[in-house]
Design a protein around this ligand. Structure first.
Ligand SMILES: [Zn+2]
Length: 71
């Protein structure tokens, strides 16, 4: 189950939330657990950091990112 990271635009705090609540569409942003406001935006820093940012010259570019790295 994928976990998305959200950032509150009101207080700036970040939190993680499962995608089961809003669904794949993600139309409704979850409320901030810190201040309770709904002004949150989704961030993708978690997945992008693991795959290596802008890996244009990465040797293991073919299927190297995520999806069953343990072989
Ligand atoms: Zn907040």
């Amino acid at each position: 189950m994928p976990i998305f990271e959200y950032r509150c635009r009101s207080c700036g705090s970040t939190f993680e939330q499962f995608s089961a609540g809003g669904g794949a569409g993600g139309t409704a942003s979850p409320a901030c657990p810190a201040c309770g406001k709904s002004g949150t935006e989704k961030v993708f820093s978690v997945f992008s950091s693991h795959c290596g940012s802008s890996g244009s010259a990465s040797p293991a570019s073919s299927g190297g990112c995520g999806s069953g790295g343990f072989s």
